[in-house]
Design a protein around this ligand. Structure first.
Ligand SMILES: [Zn+2]
Length: 194
């Protein structure tokens, strides 16, 4: 840990007074003790109840929750393997839905879904995203696996905090699934702190 005098320069930022600091870690480690973070040279140097140093930039984080990364609130991890399908290029949304995800979803095995999830999650992590809500809608008659479980396992491998915002099993109709969309947060890998 750096001494106070070493931190007093223009590269030091104190994020102060947050309601909570979420770590992305499971269980009791989900929330860090303290409400302030000191960052120097793009690295976290201190977490706790801190006071500003001379010349230090202070960010007021009152009424804010600090997350370790970007939060993606709407994703479809499955579609990581469905990019560049010729029939979907330059198509509008409804035509694209029919030509790409609705056309291929029944071919997704658990292994294929895992590959798609790892690809999509890797892209997100490279962009700084550490939490993702996936609008998981891969359901079809005769499925032999739990797609949500596959997504959660992939997220755990990469250290990403996942949630699924799911809906009822989608039909082949384009319009009907959109009407029946449910956005409720169904599952979360990390229990909410109390
Ligand atoms: Zn969507």
């Amino acid at each position: 840990m750096h001494q106070r005098s070493e931190l007093a320069n223009g590269n030091s930022v104190l994020i102060r007074g947050a309601v909570a600091i979420m770590t992305g870690l499971p269980g009791e480690r989900a929330r860090a003790a303290g409400a302030d973070i000191r960052v120097q040279d793009s690295r976290i140097r201190e977490i706790g109840h801190l006071t500003p140093n001379d010349g230090e930039r202070v960010i007021d984080a009152r009424d804010c929750v600090i997350y370790p990364g970007w939060v993606n609130t709407h994703h479809h991890l499955m579609q990581g393997l469905l990019k560049g399908v010729p029939e979907g290029l330059n198509a509008g949304l409804l035509r694209w839905l029919q030509a790409v995800p609705f056309r291929y979803r029944m071919r997704f095995t658990s292994e294929l879904l895992e590959t798609a999830a790892l690809l999509s999650l890797s892209e997100l992590v490279l962009g700084g995203c550490t939490t993702v809500a996936d609008f998981h809608n891969l359901y079809f008659p005769g499925m032999t696996y739990d797609g949500a479980a596959t997504l959660f396992a992939a997220a755990e491998r990469l250290g990403v905090r996942p949630a699924t915002a799911t809906r009822r099993p989608a039909s082949r109709s384009v319009v009907e699934p959109r009407r029946r969309m449910r956005c409720g947060l169904k599952r979360c890998a990390t229990p909410s702190p109390t």
